[in-house]
Design a protein around this ligand. Structure first.
Ligand code: SIN
Ligand code: CO
Length: 410
């Protein structure tokens, strides 16, 4: 039998069973990717080259109406930006914005960007489910933009893989794979100094453009328009290194007695030049740093914990009047359970990572991976687990914390 690579470990039936219904299985051709299978798309385009897909989601409706988007932008815990290009001058303001602080839709050349819409609205979160043929660990967020006629954010590039899905009105996109990514100086936005578009299309509702990182692009609204950006983060090597070293340091090093290890210099002689950095001190620090060690398990722990950490503005809504455990179990057995839209649950062969914390899988390996992959569990499956009081106690704790809810979203 051929060996299976760990990234393709399952047959088609298992693939379907573990995926959310909205997401195409790796080997099934889908209109979402212009008739390619997710496997073909990942091989030919992901991180490699742009792809325009006409009618990726025919009859798409914007997950939020214009007024609902404006209402989100009025909230303190939502990240929003207003970009205007009035009289050829770029300006940027950060939200929240009350609706009367926004220009009117009839005013030309402005755009409102609302980051993390998936954290605030279940319909926005539901849209992301279609894109889970790429690992959750890479997913960043759903940004929704509203633009008046002529609005846009100027020619720029991102460090993200992004699917730009047109959900209302039309937008003209121009893109180019230029090497020169220098930026105009003195502007509040990152605008390319020398944009050299090579291709141009007008996207209508349902059309989608995939761009890998660092492709120059400029989207200009033709009439009022809304665009959803499904973004996948590509952390820089610098960010990975600094986050990992920070994680290692936080984990702390203890001495043989279990106390935090301290820098020590009992043989430091008295000095006549107090400002001079003693070479022996530098040598001792070098000795401490040379002892820093990590293994593959540490790297997995770091990656899982870091990538499952909720964004800084995320607050979970614990239920106001939580059901006690018995009532929770009865309700979940009837209606099933769903991960809250803000919950990030990842797993590997040893551990699971829930909202930034690592736990050993142990007995949970029987049910947790399927819950993490589908983000829900129906009542029938819950019943099969409910004889185990450890499982129900654990899930009740998650419910009380607001990490899961009862019911399965349609
Ligand atoms: C937008 O939706 O206005 C901008 C999205 C982008 O260019 O990344
Ligand atoms: Co962009």
């Amino acid at each position: 039998m051929p060996k299976r690579s760990p990234d393709h470990p399952v047959d088609a039936r298992t693939q379907r069973a573990s995926l959310p219904l909205a997401c195409p299985a790796p080997d099934v051709a889908t209109p979402l990717l212009g008739g390619l299978t997710p496997a073909q798309f990942m091989r030919k385009y992901w991180q490699k080259k742009p792809l325009l897909i006409r009618q990726a989601i025919p009859e798409i409706e914007a997950p939020l109406s214009r007024d609902e988007l404006f209402a989100l932008a009025d909230s303190d815990d939502v990240e929003s930006r207003l970009i205007t290009h009035f009289r050829r001058r770029w300006a940027l303001e950060h939200g929240p914005f009350s609706p009367d602080e926004l220009p009117t839709p009839k005013t030309r050349q402005w755009t409102l960007l609302v980051q993390g819409a998936d954290l605030h609205d279940d319909r926005a979160r539901a849209l992301l489910e279609r894109f889970r043929f790429a690992p959750d660990a890479r997913l960043d967020d759903l940004m929704i933009s509203y633009a008046s006629d002529g609005g846009g954010v100027g020619p720029h590039f991102d460090s993200y893989d992004v699917f730009l899905l047109q959900v209302h009105g039309k937008r003209r996109w121009r893109i180019g794979a230029q090497r020169d990514l220098s930026l105009q100086e003195g502007l509040p936005l990152k605008i390319l100094a020398n944009f050299e578009p090579e291709e141009e299309w007008v996207l209508e509702p349902g059309d989608m453009l995939y761009l890998p990182p660092h492709i120059a692009h400029d989207g200009i609204a033709e009439g009022e328009c809304m665009t959803c950006s499904i973004g996948f983060r590509s952390p820089s090597t610098n960010e990975l290194t600094s986050q990992f070293l920070y994680w290692l340091a936080e984990r702390g090093a203890n001495d043989d007695n279990g106390k935090p290890a301290l820098y020590r210099d009992p043989h430091q002689p008295a000095v006549a030049r107090p400002a001079q950095l003693p070479p022996a001190l530098v040598e001792r620090v070098g000795g401490v740093l040379a002892k820093v060690r990590w293994n593959d398990a540490d790297v997995s722990s770091f990656v899982g914990s870091w990538l499952s950490e909720p964004k800084a503005n995320v607050v979970f809504d614990a239920p106001e009047k939580p059901l006690d455990e018995a009532r929770f179990v009865a309700r979940a057995a009837k209606d099933g359970i769903t991960l809250d839209r803000r919950t990030i649950l990842l797993y590997d062969s040893r551990s699971y990572y829930l909202n930034g914390e690592q736990y050993l899988l142990k007995e949970a390996r029987k049910w947790l991976p399927a819950l993490a992959d589908r983000r829900s569990m129906d009542g029938k499956r819950f019943v099969t687990l409910s004889h185990d009081s450890c499982v129900t106690a654990l899930l009740h704790e998650w419910y009380r914390a607001g990490w899961i809810r009862t019911g399965v979203l349609a």
